[in-house]
Design a protein around this ligand. Sequence first.
Ligand code: NAD
Ligand code: TYD
Length: 348
Amino acid sequence: MILVTGGAGFIGGNFVLDWLTGSSEPVVNLDKLTYAGNLDTLVSLKGDARHTFVQGDIGDSALVGELLARHKPRAVINFAAESHVDRSIHGPEDFIQTNVLGTFRLLEAVRQYWSALTATDKDAFRFLHVSTDEVYGSLSKTDPAYEPNSPYSASKAASDHLVRAWHHTYGLPVVTTNCSNNYGPYHFPEKLIPLMIVNALAGKPLPVYGDGMQIRDWLYVKDHCSAIRRVLEAGRLGETYNVGGWNEKPNIDIVHTVCALLDELRPKAEGSQYATQITYVTDRPGHDRRYAIDARKLEAELGWKPAETFETGIRKTVQWYLDNPQWVANVQSGAYREWVGKQYGAER
Ligand code: NAD
Ligand code: TYD
């Protein structure tokens, strides 16, 4: 039995679906179901006795303690977080609540549970914390850095430090992954790639921040999931593993790739190209210029390799959005539209 937090979100949802495809080991899935959590993602697991979904907060110590005592997981994998940089700029408080305080409370509940295990179970137990390359900040070509710049990345860095401290101070068996930008199925359409696909199909502008030359390093979500499984299996305690696909690309190239795939797979009836919808807009405040990940430690130590290239992964992703308009319509209703309306005062 494993306990996954945030398993109704983008990466956690993909992880749970992949896990239960390859394993008979059951999953307890604790998710608060914020705007970013969608049970639609898990609909194929309806009635599957290996999956127990619990709606709740990682910061609810009593609930987490009760779940741990009842299900006795051999591992906790923490995906739960507020994850969108733009939201963290407009309203950082939720990020501190969940990413910092929530992770702290989760660590404490897990430590209490872990302390009472038998010596063998204690040794075998793992707390895997899922984090981001954004904690490193904006990278120059030469200097490695650790400069979390946005409220989101600062809150994730805080959580990474707490996880590290719970290992060094209390001996909790932790491993942390810091991954680059993910893309793939079930990605909430407020992040760059799904937003561009969904807006393109709806005939809306494709908002590119600033000059569009910011660089992100992209990894297909299922490759992130396989890396997490590998680190869970064989990662060294207290270590941090960078996860990335060696796919650094400027945003504008990503947008053009999405447009070209849509031109091929769903050409517009009137014959114009999707790229004509590209609109340069005001830059994000404090926008990090470049993220990049050096994944050599994970590759050399644990033999992990991504299965997808950017070309194969992005094609699968665009096709998935074309095949799943109902998922998009469902997640875009209600709370999401309200938030966008409040922040931008207009349809995006
Ligand atoms: P997401 O926003 O799609 O999903 C987050 C999930 O956590 C949602 O289901 C939400 O309901 C749940 N959640 C939020 N607050 C909660 C709380 N207090 N208690 C319980 N559940 C809560 O995010 P994602 O993109 O799937 O990211 C998952 C994790 O991976 C995050 O920790 C993020 O920092 C990290 N990460 C993301 C990326 C990326 O490119 N998306 C890259 C590297 C690391
Ligand atoms: P995003 O998907 O929000 O991920 P992150 O900020 O965590 O890297 O954004 C990816 C890049 O795309 C980032 O440089 C900001 C940019 N971007 C746009 O240009 N337009 C958009 O509408 C969005 C959402 C992002």
